[in-house]
Design a protein around this ligand. Sequence first.
Ligand SMILES: NC(=O)c1ccc[n+]([C@@H]2O[C@H](COP(=O)([O-])OP(=O)(O)OC[C@H]3O[C@@H](n4cnc5c(N)ncnc54)[C@H](O)[C@@H]3O)[C@@H](O)[C@H]2O)c1
Length: 263
Amino acid sequence: MDGKVVIITGGAGGIGGATARLLTQRGAKVAIADIAFEAARTLAGELPGALAIELDLERQDSIEAMIADTVTHFGRLDVLHNNAALLGPDIARNDNDVESMDLALWDRTYAVNVRGTMIGCRAALPHLRETRGNIVNTVSNLALQGHIIQAAYSSSKAAIIQMTRAIAASHGIHGVRCNAVAPGMTMTPALREAFPPPLREAVEGETLRDQLGEPEDIAEAAAFLASDAARNITGQVLVCDGGCASHVPGIAPFRAFFAGEHA
Ligand SMILES: NC(=O)c1ccc[n+]([C@@H]2O[C@H](COP(=O)([O-])OP(=O)(O)OC[C@H]3O[C@@H](n4cnc5c(N)ncnc54)[C@H](O)[C@@H]3O)[C@@H](O)[C@H]2O)c1
């Protein structure tokens, strides 16, 4: 990533922050764009060459300014990493199934996650064509499997997956790749707040490792997709969930039943 310029939206958050640190270690110059501007500024202060940008993904002008300001500051753009999402305990508590869905919450989720991502891609593409750069979108395991929670969030992430493929199809010929990373449950401070231990332990029981993923695990996957090592990969979703979604559900009780035999 030496000399590459990367924008990370939600860069002040758990996964975005870990990715900003990793990419900086690998020689990139990062723009940390977040609605939590103070946190973005604090992190940028710790990372050589980093720039903090105040971003509100609900506002078109704010998104377009993020792209323009990054290019003005660094002189180029190599990677747009769309990592921010509308999250938080209150959001998660109220986003359940469609029958009980509050329309304002649905619209806001789509505004931040889908419309915000689209506007960012649209504004970044002319610059990415110049550098033969790429886009990495953070989606979720919930975009790929059904659940009783987060119908708005999960379907918005599924929309981003299809947007990923559409951009890859349209812009590959111009040298621009577009991929997605799909984290499973990942141990960020925000996640710990939103999901109490029994729910985290239930998911842990379904992983094929002995622990849930850490933000650094997702950062590694995103950094790979953003790098030239992934030059032959586009339009793909890289699932980074410790194998949770790779098997028939209910592996924890099966492990207990066959303890010692297949374990
Ligand atoms: N942690 C997990 O278990 C998990 C699982 C699957 C997917 N993800 C995805 O990973 C990404 C990062 O999430 P995280 O776990 O680090 O959570 P996080 O809450 O720590 O990070 C999200 C960041 O997005 C920012 N943000 C929210 N609304 C914004 C807006 N309108 N404009 C600009 N920035 C905004 C927040 O301020 C925050 O810094 C998200 O896309 C999330 O959906 C996380």
